[in-house]
Design a protein around this ligand. Structure first.
Ligand SMILES: [Mn+2]
Length: 372
């Protein structure tokens, strides 16, 4: 049941992010995007609160990890050429979601933006491919660092041997936070360091909010990022052990770039993980989604639209029984459910399991009526 609620918070928050992505444009204010996200979550999902203060960083602000607080209240005007980094999650009955989308404000990645974005996407997907019960969360953080360094070498910002870079913790210059954390009733849920699990006191790793082995049914965020944070870059350049790997001429091009974070929420399964977040992720998906501005994202389409003449009772509402029975193995209901359960996960579900998803979620969803 708890997992169903977390699927729900992710479903609504993912759609809210998509609506923001459709509406983000140079000339608008960052706080307009925050407001739009909140409006969607509350009006469509019954989520009165967000899990944390929305972070809507654009341009250089996207390198400020906890931007959006009272001292920097998402008040910049979005400019052409900016990267947007929007970290926002709706909360339902205290259950959280925590999602970050990074994309270019004008809808088209530059070569540099694409290179950094795809480096982060590669580390995110490498971690997801390796994630299963029994792996060390700290090893997942190290894996993300390694992928980032390899990709930064390809881009030309770094040169030299990645093993040697890892020894001097060069990864933490570009990702100074932890890879992810437990998620549940609190956005940074408790229990990351039970007795006997020690925090690793190394740059980057010491910021991890969880040091445990990954276990089935844990819900976690996977949120790698690469940021160009001036004071960290300057510190690295002043340290001969780190500066020897940095190509300062190429790096100079990325000053003011901001940062990219890709944050998804996942549930650990017996042999892998289920992705709860469902937003455009590849460069191609994002560009296609943003380019299609004629077709605006329709926030009024019900989450699970059952044709009311087949499933509705006399009052026009779909009863739980009628709705559950409407779900069959056919394409139509598969398509309906795929708006709500990630396709990859849906494929492996039995009919019985699909129906039980619908049944347990019935109380969560606003059901269409004949008039809606
Ligand atoms: Mn997070």
């Amino acid at each position: 049941m708890e997992l169903e609620v977390l699927r729900y918070t992710n479903r609504i928050s993912s759609d809210a992010h998509k609506m923001v992505m459709k509406n983000a444009k140079p000339g608008k204010k960052e706080y307009e995007m925050e407001s739009l996200f909140q409006h969607y979550c509350y009006s469509k999902g019954g989520m009165r609160h967000t899990s944390y203060t929305c972070i809507c960083g654009t341009g250089n602000n996207s390198s400020v990890l906890h931007y959006g607080h009272a001292g920097a209240p998402n008040d910049k005007t979005i400019e052409d050429g900016d990267m947007c980094l929007f970290d926002m999650g709706g909360e339902y009955y205290c259950y959280s979601s925590d999602i970050t989308c990074s994309f270019p404000a004008n809808g088209k990645f530059t070569a540099d933006q694409r290179a950094i974005y795809e480096a982060v996407l590669k580390s995110s997907r490498s971690v997801m491919a390796a994630l299963k019960p029994g792996v060390k969360w700290t090893d997942m953080h190290r894996l993300a660092d390694r992928v980032h360094l390899e990709e930064l070498v390809k881009i030309g910002i770094l040169h030299g041997n990645v093993e040697d870079m890892l020894k001097v913790h060069l990864g933490s210059v570009f990702m100074p936070h932890g890879l992810g954390h437990l998620l549940g009733i609190d956005v940074h849920d408790v229990g990351g360091y039970p007795e006997g699990v020690e925090r690793i006191d190394e740059p980057g790793l010491r910021s991890l909010r969880m040091g445990r082995l990954v276990q089935e049914r844990m819900v976690l965020t996977v949120e790698p990022g690469i940021y160009f944070i001036n004071h960290l870059l300057d510190k690295a350049l002043a340290d001969p052990a780190q500066s020897c790997f940095i190509n300062n001429q190429v790096l100079a091009r990325f000053r003011g770039f901001g940062g990219v974070r890709i944050e998804d929420d996942i549930a650990v399964t017996a042999d892998g993980m289920e992705l709860l977040t469902c937003v455009p992720r590849t460069v191609e998906e994002i560009e296609a989604f943003m380019a299609d501005s004629g077709k605006t994202f329709d926030p009024d389409s019900p989450l699970l639209q059952i044709p009311s003449d087949t499933a509705a009772d006399k009052t026009g509402r779909c009863s739980p029984e009628a709705t559950v029975n409407y779900i069959t193995e056919d394409e139509t209901t598969h398509h309906l459910l795929s708006r709500w359960i990630p396709d990859r996960h849906l494929k492996n579900l039995s009919l019985e399991k699909k129906r039980s998803h619908v049944e347990s979620s019935f109380i969560l969803l606003r059901w269409p009526t004949k008039n809606s």
